[in-house]
Design a protein around this ligand. Structure first.
Ligand code: OGA
Ligand code: MN
Length: 288
């Protein structure tokens, strides 16, 4: 197995490994360490099926189960742990123009960390490119460690212990979608730390995205302003990296120290079919 850091200092590609096969303990440990260091790993040329992707994901922790509406919306039948991110319908044809982009795709166009609105969010996401458009449709990433490191020391001191309310409601409101009453009851806002450290590397990173509504411990309007200011700060081009897909790529990113978003492509013309599996954090980020 050969791990090559990407030029430009973000991410690494991994070759010389067949993800259809179980990992050795050594490979597993090396990949967890590489994910800690590089926060995005890409595995080119992996023709794996859903079961193999699930087995590979399980090396990093427990796969996330998506609730019914989320799973139905993204249209991958039976296993609630496997989600399709796609502009293609169940019958294999492009979705109708009126359905594109759908709610999930719209939401993914804004900077986010997957499921940060859950008490136990996704630590990792594994995305496999089954069909990719010839142009457009990159996935973009922010290295939230670099964004944190670049803040002045005084600002860091002021932010270090801040908590931020995250909610699915906030994320959906950003794309003009309202939660149902049941969803609002099931998914209340969750406080999350604004700054997170990787327990193994000690690196710190900002943690926020579209689900972040307002910082706590101050008047709500001021807390909202702080979140908006930081969202603008992290989105500066100097922190942003684009991943251009090729068919057969599988990538895994660390949601605890990155934010990401999807980008547009000619979705009425080209097919983009990705299979996605999340891996849960081991525990809530805050002890209740
Ligand atoms: C996701 C996501 C980005 C993309 O699946 O969580 O944000 O480019 N995907 O499809
Ligand atoms: Mn996402």
């Amino acid at each position: 197995m050969v791990i090559t850091p990407t030029e430009g200092g973000f991410g690494a590609s991994v070759r010389g490994i067949d993800l259809r096969q179980p990992l050795t303990d050594r490979q597993r440990a090396d990949l967890v360490a590489a994910a800690d260091e590089h926060v995005l790993l890409s595995f080119p040329g992996q023709a794996i099926d859903d079961g193999q992707q699930l087995a590979f994901a399980s090396n990093f922790g427990t796969p996330t189960s998506y609730f019914k509406r989320q799973a139905a919306m993204t249209g991958n039948g039976s296993d609630p742990r496997i989600i399709s991110v796609t502009n293609v319908d169940g019958d294999g044809t492009l979705k109708h123009a009126s359905e594109l982009p759908d709610e999930g795709i719209m939401a993914s166009r804004l900077w986010h960390s997957d499921n940060s609105w859950r008490q136990v969010p996704d630590r990792y996401t594994l995305l496999a490119g089954k069909e990719v458009p010839p142009t457009g449709g990159d996935t973009q990433f922010i290295d939230m460690r670099v964004a944190w490191d670049a803040l002045p020391d005084g600002r860091k001191d002021a932010l270090r212990n801040v908590l931020v309310a995250h909610s699915r409601e906030q994320g959906r409101a950003a794309v003009g979608v309202q939660l149902t009453d049941e969803e609002r009851r099931l998914f209340p806002p969750v406080p999350q730390p604004l700054v997170r450290a990787n327990a193994r590397t000690g690196r710190q990173a900002l943690y926020l995205g579209v689900f972040a509504s307002h910082a706590l411990g101050m008047p709500q309007e001021q807390g909202r302003q702080l979140v908006q200011e930081l969202l603008a700060y992290i989105a500066q081009p100097r922190f942003v990296h684009s991943y251009a897909w090729r068919v057969g790529d599988l990538i895994i990113w660390d949601n605890s120290q990155t934010s990401h978003r999807s980008t547009p492509f000619a979705e009425h013309e080209y097919r983009r079919v990705m299979r996605r599996i999340g891996v849960l954090e081991e525990a809530p980020l805050l002890t209740p």
